[in-house]
Design a protein. Structure first.
Length: 87
């Protein structure tokens, strides 16, 4: 599995910016909280988690800048998650 370039400190900061606890982010990804705890303990955040975080931040920024929801960005996140679950 390809590793992210995010440090644990950055990972935690991004989760906080998104308003996620580790448990909530795990649920968002369809993973167990233990999986995220293992990532943090081993200091190995998967690259796909970094991509999803960045896409979610982009979506949240868009939502703040516009009053409507851009379904295209929401679909991109869902497609990433779907592809991960297939592999």
């Amino acid at each position: 599995m390809k590793k992210s370039c995010l440090s644990i400190k950055e990972f935690k900061r991004f989760l906080k910016e998104l308003g996620f606890t580790q448990k909530q982010f795990a649920n968002f990804l369809g993973l167990s909280e233990q999986t995220l705890k293992k990532w943090v303990k081993d200091q190995e955040i998967p690259y796909y988690a970094e991509i999803i975080i960045k896409q979610k931040m982009e979506l949240d920024k868009f939502r703040k800048e516009h009053s409507c929801i851009d379904e295209l960005l929401e679909d991109r996140i869902k497609n990433i998650l779907s592809n991960i679950q297939k592999n």
